[in-house]
Unconditional design. Structure first.
Lengths: 532, 149
């Protein structure tokens, strides 16, 4: 048996890295287990001539397509939005667009403000210092002064507008709508040992330059220097409990596939909104027959994605195409509730600069705008390098029938039951998406774009995995309390997107990490009576 | 098993023909067709995990054509292509994507498009700043975020 540790963190992604780094100052014995390994930037797709093709293979965002040894399968057949993620040290920060907005203050009070869902038990002000701390650790580039958000101080200047940003900015000005350069975790200056962005363009499937922040190059090096132990290629099967109903450790498979037991005084789960309920539901015992921390019955329920309503078109002017980070601007014009629109809550618009030639050809052929035959060449030259994109990232509200359960048949390579996702897009979300498509068309028309295409939803757009172990003060209506501790198991914490009460209408990684730092801070403040 | 062995001679022949139907040679743009020997060799050499679906797509194509594609005339090609795209499902989409991803990384094609013959890393690209004065009207807007209680 392994020696016991004080704190065992499961998952080395966005939240696991942040909580490990924050707790390191306690000098406790902290161990993190990660089912994947360390990434090798020299092997990232943008280092080879097949850089675009690998997006359809070993660097697909879908674990079902990618099927690396560290991936686990997900049955998402009964969902119009497919789960995308990445497994390895850094988790899905290896494979994300680095778009880094924060949830808005209003997002924490949706019941009070709009009469829907539930208020969070914490608010923006409680997280504000941790947002700022996380911005420093991840290295955020952005521009202070956005009128659509409380004041922030990004440590680096924003990415250039480029051709695409300028075209979109002009269009938004014509319409009189809000826009602003996005906060991103792409370094625009040399920053804490990271080299500045050189516009490889292919940011999402990992950055060979190291300019895009992923936690393997931000939090982890610092956490390891501070004494945290990170054990890779270890897949946790279940969390065990003792006679007192406390977590006692985990059963896991080591890099050789050998079953092991790791005892721990405290267990922190950081496995995302799919992996966390999967682990809890797999951790059954006589005392917890419906899964661990599940007395509320809400583990796995209230799954929220952000349904993406995407519109793109083609302008005569050349755009930045694949020669720049893919995101450049956001708009919060339609973020806050306006009931005259026919739905509650709202969405941010995320603007895209363009894509590379292979993806352009594949997508355009699939949409039927790139013909076969002699005219193929002329049309392709009209499309390639001329694309602009507007994507409405719509707030999904929690609904219990949207859920993660264990698939009765599907298992991972270790024989552990795999997750199954059942999800439908709500009427409110559908109306919001329709609104977003209409506004996106207006924006592209103002930019002079033609050949308009729509993805509604983006099928492989389930990046944001939220709500499946929600936070709350009432143990009957939530899985963890207001500082991330399980209501049922007092030495078990959750710090990933599972704890979101509502989803907001922005990419969640910044908020996920701020929550992880907040929970760590709460733990440090309560070390003497952590389990009371 | 290599990709050459996964695909039969008939399948490889049909692959060449349908690739040319998708993207024919163009003297105007000075590019080869997707049936070019080097591009076909790239496709076969890098089929990898797509081999089974491409093989399935080619079997479907053979059923639709009823004969080697090369034996059909232009009108026959058009009929088969239309049916193939309409009924081929994920396998047909994979075949089409495999052809496109190899075609649009060929040196001659990239040169014709004015693109550099290299991966993005390590040289990267230059991104112009753009006109930041465009942001002035937005900066002048009053604060618009919704205050929470």
């Amino acid at each position: 048996m392994n020696d016991p540790v004080d704190v065992l963190i499961i998952g080395a992604g966005a939240s696991g890295a942040a909580v490990a780094w924050s707790l390191a100052e306690t000098k406790m014995h902290i161990l993190c287990m990660e089912q994947g390994g360390w990434m090798m930037p020299s092997e990232y797709p943008s280092t080879g001539r097949d850089w675009e093709a690998r997006f359809y293979g070993d660097y697909s965002p879908s674990p079902n397509i990618r099927a690396r040894p560290e991936d686990y399968p997900i049955n998402d057949d009964n969902s119009p939005i497919k789960v995308v993620n990445f497994n390895g040290v850094g988790g899905s920060t290896i494979m994300y667009t680095a778009h880094f907005p924060r949830l808005h203050p209003s997002d924490f009070h949706v019941r009070t403000l709009d009469g829907v869902a539930d208020d969070w038990p914490i608010d923006y002000d409680a997280l504000a210092p941790f947002f700022a701390e996380n911005d420093r650790m991840m290295g955020v580039s952005g521009l202070a002064g956005d009128p659509a958000f409380p004041p922030t101080e990004p440590p680096m200047p924003p990415l250039p507008l480029g051709r695409s940003g300028a075209l979109l900015g002009k269009a938004m000005n014509k319409l009189g709508w809000h826009w602003w350069p996005s906060d991103t975790t792409v370094a625009t200056t040399d920053y804490e040992g990271r080299a500045r962005c050189i516009n490889l363009g292919h940011c999402t499937p990992a950055c060979a330059q190291g300019a895009k922040a992923s936690t393997d190059i931000t939090y982890w090096p610092v956490a390891l220097r501070a004494g945290v132990e990170l054990r890779t290629h270890c897949r946790v099967r279940e969390i065990t409990t003792n006679e007192h109903g406390m977590a006692s450790g985990v059963v896991y498979y080591d890099k050789d596939g050998v079953e092991q037991f790791q005892p721990a005084e405290v267990v922190i789960i950081a496995c995302n909104g799919i992996g966390t309920p999967r682990l809890l539901l797999n951790s059954v015992s006589g005392r917890f027959p419906n899964g661990l921390a599940n007395s509320s019955g809400l583990v796995g329920k209230n799954l929220m994605f952000h349904p993406y309503a995407q519109v793109y078109g083609y302008v005569e002017e050349p755009t930045d195409s694949n020669r720049a980070p893919p995101t450049c601007l956001w708009s919060k014009e339609f973020y806050e509730t306006d009931t005259s629109r026919g739905f509650v809550r709202g969405y941010a618009i995320q603007f895209g600069r363009g894509i590379g030639p292979v993806v352009e050809a594949v997508m355009s052929e699939g949409k039927g705008i790139l013909p076969w035959g002699a005219d193929h060449h002329r049309v392709f030259r009209k499309l390639n390098g001329h694309r602009l994109t507007a994507s409405a990232i719509c707030e999904d509200l929690p609904e219990e029938h949207n859920r993660v359960t264990l698939d009765p048949v599907l298992k991972d390579s270790h024989g552990i039951p795999a997750p199954r996702v059942d999800y439908t897009i709500s009427a409110n979300s559908a109306k919001m998406m329709e609104h977003g498509i209409a506004r996106g068309k207006e924006i592209l028309a103002a930019a002079g774009a033609t050949d308009i295409c729509i993805n509604c939803p983006i099928p492989y757009g389930g990046w944001h995995l939220l709500g499946t172990a929600r936070m709350g003060a009432d143990p009957a209506r939530s899985v963890v309390n207001e500082w991330g501790r399980s209501h049922d198991v007092k030495n078990l914490f959750i710090v990933d997107g599972s704890v979101f009460v509502t989803s907001g209408g922005v990419n969640p990684t910044s908020t996920i990490q701020a929550i992880a730092l907040y929970v760590a801070d709460q733990m440090k403040r309560r070390l003497a009576d952590l389990f009371d | 098993m290599s990709a050459e062995n996964i695909l039969s001679t008939r399948q490889r022949g049909d692959l060449r023909v349908i690739a040319a139907m998708m993207i024919p040679e163009s003297a105007e743009y000075r590019v080869p067709g997707a049936d070019d020997a080097a591009i076909q060799a790239d496709i076969l050499a890098t089929l990898g995990r797509d081999a089974a679906q491409v093989s399935e797509a080619l079997d479907h194509l053979a059923r639709l054509a009823g004969a080697p594609l090369a034996e059909l005339d232009t009108a026959g090609h058009e009929v088969v292509a239309k049916k193939f795209r309409a009924t081929g499902g994920a396998a047909a989409a994979t075949l089409i994507r495999v052809v496109l991803q190899c075609y649009y990384r060929d040196d001659r094609v990239l040169r014709s498009l004015g693109l550099e013959l290299r991966p993005p890393f390590p040289k990267g690209y230059t991104l112009e700043q753009g006109d930041w004065s465009l942001l002035e009207p937005v900066k002048a807007r009053p604060s618009m975020w919704r205050r929470a209680p």
